[in-house]
Design a protein around this ligand. Structure first.
Ligand code: ZN
Ligand code: ZN
Length: 211
């Protein structure tokens, strides 16, 4: 895809290549890399360096766990098979997380929906569906949030994000993403800590929606 503007920062590609990136974020990186030639090339460069480090592991201590996770990831990359996606918007890694089935959407109110793909102590990753022209409640972050647009577009204080773009938000950013008019905005969003909503009602609902 050629119109991607916002890419995966290098430090995240590096931790992905070394197998140390928590799973929720790894899914966003894998999804972006599957659509982005530029990040795929940068990732391959990191992985070839990582491979040399592993071969030379007498000198450099690489935990067995990290090594086996990296090897599993490399094997996965070899075996990735296209999975039929009727809507055409879900990259292969997301289709794998969905087990090839359509998302099970749950309402967040005001027409917004979410479908949680994975949730663990490392964080969570979900699909978000925001109706055209609607805002996601204004919020800050206790940790890292990676959001990749799969369909439609949204804008916030930091810029415009269209299909394939990734926004990296951390504890310094308070933002109010707003879906563009036109198609509903569907995003893949990973977080390692809960979001801090500024409005009273979303904060009250947070434990219920687990966001
Ligand atoms: Zn990219
Ligand atoms: Zn956010």
């Amino acid at each position: 895809m050629t119109d991607i503007v916002h890419h995966i920062p290098d430090h995240l590609l590096l931790s992905y290549a070394s197998g140390s990136l928590p799973q929720p974020f790894a899914l966003v990186v894998a999804a972006h890399v599957s659509m982005c030639d530029e990040c795929r090339a940068r990732l391959e460069a990191h992985e070839s360096v990582g491979g040399m480090v592993l071969e030379d592991s007498d000198q450099i201590i690489v935990s067995d766990d990290a090594k086996s996770r990296l090897m599993a990831r490399l094997d996965d990359a070899m075996e990735t098979q296209p999975i039929y996606d009727r809507s055409g918007i879900f990259p292969a890694p997301v289709m794998q997380a969905l087990n090839g089935l359509p998302p099970k959407w749950k309402s967040l109110g005001m027409g917004a929906r979410q479908s949680i793909l994975d949730e663990s102590a490392e964080g969570s990753v979900r699909l978000l569906y925001i109706p055209p022209g609607q805002a996601v409640p204004d919020h800050g972050h206790n940790g890292l949030e990676l959001t990749m647009v799969l369909q439609g577009a949204f804008s916030d204080e930091t810029g415009r994000y269209g299909a394939g773009d990734v926004e990296v938000a951390d504890a310094d950013l308070e933002h109010t993403p707003m879906a563009e008019e036109g198609e509903p905005c569907i995003c893949l969003a990973a977080t390692d800590a809960s979001l801090r909503f500024n409005a009273w009602v979303p904060r009250m609902l947070q434990p219920f929606f687990r966001i």
